[in-house]
Design a protein around this ligand. Structure first.
Ligand SMILES: NC(=O)c1ccc[n+]([C@@H]2O[C@H](COP(=O)([O-])OP(=O)(O)OC[C@H]3O[C@@H](n4cnc5c(N)ncnc54)[C@H](OP(=O)(O)O)[C@@H]3O)[C@@H](O)[C@H]2O)c1
Length: 326
């Protein structure tokens, strides 16, 4: 699978370093807003083709997958253009600015029968299945409580702090614990309450979200873009709990019985960086002619985007591309 990268930035570099070690998946080209930057990035990562605009990259006929790695505000236009040109896409999280954009893109992909997926990397990692199996095998009994937190000190990043780039902790970080809750338990939300501290730039800087899910489950989520968090997750059941070391990239799970007795520790299988799984999932889905990956169905991408829209509405965090309805 030959990959074309849109945006020669931070995460794109990590992906290139990862794909160097994945056989059968290669970075073919990079597209940047400037040719100089594209060429420098291509030279650094040994990428054969460099384009001075995103459009030029999308016209390359040899691409099997376009990987969109720009700020959230810039996912929509390029993804729409790529789908119209029949190019399968893997789009970084958060998928789009809002649910309206998400629906437009997903409808277009369906209409044109073109693959598109959200690069929510934890969805594709093996730990996700391990956690779900532990729960379904009844290792902690009936789930009653989920807590997850993700906070990084990233106030210095322009794309995190600017509303016009769809910044804020929620789309950047809070999405991970929200997605974690959703992966562990897909029960509908009965009630939701949240609080948020805004930044001077009017994006959400720190937030706390409490959800009552059907089936008597309480989920608590915290995220912040201005502190270095501990970033763990806990799923507590009637017979014990599962403690996950890192909600953003789980490497270790500890299973405790009643009384806090450690029963088992499970480690994630060796991997390159963990980013390889999402690309392998795209390759598998494409080889089967799918337009969405089973690990992250379009319905889940849209569900999470709608949830984030409603939270932002409550906090008064509006992006320029939000319609009147939000
Ligand atoms: N999965 C993960 O673990 C993970 C980690 C970090 C970020 N992400 C996601 O990856 C995406 C990119 O994040 P990043 O940290 O890589 O961002 P970044 O380095 O700040 O920017 C990525 C690229 O986007 C383009 N860009 C930057 N600022 C722009 C602006 N003001 N207007 C238009 N284009 C701009 C630039 O590409 P050119 O100049 O080359 O055109 C830049 O190199 C986001 O969706 C983010 O949430 C995911």
């Amino acid at each position: 699978m030959r990959v074309g990268i849109i945006g020669a930035g931070h995460i794109a570099g990590k992906i290139c370093r990862t794909l160097e070690y994945v056989s059968g998946i290669d970075c073919l080209a990079v597209g940047s807003r400037t040719r100089e930057k594209a060429e420098a990035f291509a030279a650094e990562f040994g990428i054969p083709r460099a384009y001075g605009s995103y459009g030029e990259l999308l016209d390359d006929p040899d691409m099997d997958l376009v990987y969109v790695a720009t700020p959230h505000s810039h996912h929509f236009d390029v993804t729409v253009e790529a789908i119209r040109k029949g190019k399968p896409c893997l789009v970084e999280k958060a998928f789009m600015a809002n649910a309206a954009q998400t629906k437009t893109v997903l409808d277009l992909a369906k209409e044109r029968k073109v693959f598109v997926a959200e690069a929510m990397w934890t969805r594709y990692q093996p730990m996700r299945n391990i956690i779900n199996r532990l729960i379904s095998y009844g290792r902690i009994g009936r789930i009653r409580q989920i807590s997850a937190t993700l906070s990084y000190s990233i106030e210095h990043k322009e794309r995190v702090m600017k509303r016009e780039l769809c910044g804020g902790a929620l789309l950047d970080l809070g999405l991970y614990p929200l997605n974690f809750v959703r992966m562990v338990c897909g029960n509908p939300i009965k009630e939701i309450q949240s609080q948020c501290i805004l930044s001077d730039t009017d994006v959400d800087l720190t937030e706390s979200i409490t959800m009552v899910l059907e089936g008597g489950i309480m989920a608590n989520i915290q995220s912040s873009a201005c502190c270095a968090g501990y970033n763990t997750a806990v799923v507590a059941g009637s017979e014990g709990s599962i403690v996950i070391d890192n909600v953003n990239n789980p490497r270790q799970i500890r299973i405790y019985a009643i009384g806090g007795i450690l029963k088992e520790e499970i480690y994630a299988p060796d991997c390159i960086s963990g980013y390889e799984y999402e690309f392998e999932a795209c390759r598998d889905a494409l080889s089967q002619g799918l337009i969405e990956p089973p690990q992250m169905p379009h319905s889940e991408t849209l569900y999470l985007m709608e949830l984030m829209d409603s939270l932002r509405k409550e906090w008064g965090v509006r992006y320029p591309m939000d319609g009147q309805e939000s």
